[in-house]
Design a protein around this ligand. Structure first.
Ligand code: FMN
Length: 219
């Protein structure tokens, strides 16, 4: 698979088979992602890949915290989505909830769909990704590059994934499992596994803007 193919085939998957990804495959994905460039080569990503009992203990704690009404992020989420971002966000949400068959006014259905985030969409593996808060903001770019490396390598290996900022909204509940030093904050998680092609949620598709909306070529 070449890079273009990986870019075009990759998409977020939110319904997984229970079959685990072999450790050697996971190690191949995360070893390749070590090659990601970073500012001054600081390599700021800090990652815990959970599987089996470790994954269940982590996600159980996240679900419990969410059900208890707790929330808290180490890195500030945007509070507003001015245009055109608001429209993009809305379209993404509509695609997702339509695929799941959850109507706009179905508050219970939407709540349940949101809670699935904290279970890592029941993927067999959930990677939790942190960043040293003293290295912001440029190290966040490094982390984004690293994430894309993981996602493209996973695609090549036939492994599906979904990046999940939602997993960072219960940072206090996650902390005892991550055992990072005090400077490292939780930035996002990644659900990883083999796609369940029958899961309705996986029918959701997003689109992209025309190139000219984002990129200008000046001669
Ligand atoms: C940093 C980051 C965080 C994300 N967080 C979530 C999340 O919490 N829950 C979710 O369902 N999708 C999440 N996504 C997936 C995006 O919604 C998805 O990438 C976007 O809608 C484009 O769709 P595609 O990945 O299928 O191309 C996240 C993606 C990124 C890159």
């Amino acid at each position: 698979m070449d890079v273009f193919e990986a870019l075009t085939q990759r998409r977020s998957v939110r319904g997984f088979q229970q079959r685990e990804v072999p450790r050697a495959t996971l190690e191949r994905i995360f070893s390749a992602a070590q090659l990601t460039p970073s500012w001054c080569n600081v390599q700021p990503w800090r990652v815990v890949v959970t599987s089996g009992a470790a994954k269940t203990a982590l996600t159980d704690a996240l679900v419990a915290a969410a059900l208890a009404g707790k929330a808290g992020c180490d890195f500030q989420w945007p509070t507003e989505f001015p245009e055109p971002y608001g429209q993009h966000r809305k379209e993404c949400g509509v695609a997702l909830y339509t695929a799941m068959g959850v109507a706009r006014g179905d508050h219970a259905g939407r709540h349940e769909a949101w809670l699935r985030n904290y279970r890592g969409f029941d993927a067999p593996h959930v990677a939790m990704v942190g960043l040293d808060k003293r290295m912001m903001p440029y190290a966040a770019i490094d982390l984004g590059c690293w994430l894309q490396s993981v996602l493209l390598m996973a695609t090549e290996e036939g492994v599906s994934a979904c990046a999940q900022a939602a997993l960072a909204t219960q940072a206090d509940a996650a902390r005892p499992f991550l055992k990072w030093d005090e400077h490292v904050g939780l930035f996002f998680g990644i659900a990883l596994g083999y796609e369940d092609e029958r899961a309705p949620v996986n029918a959701a598709r997003t689109t992209r803007s025309p190139l000219a909306d984002n990129v200008r070529f000046d001669d």
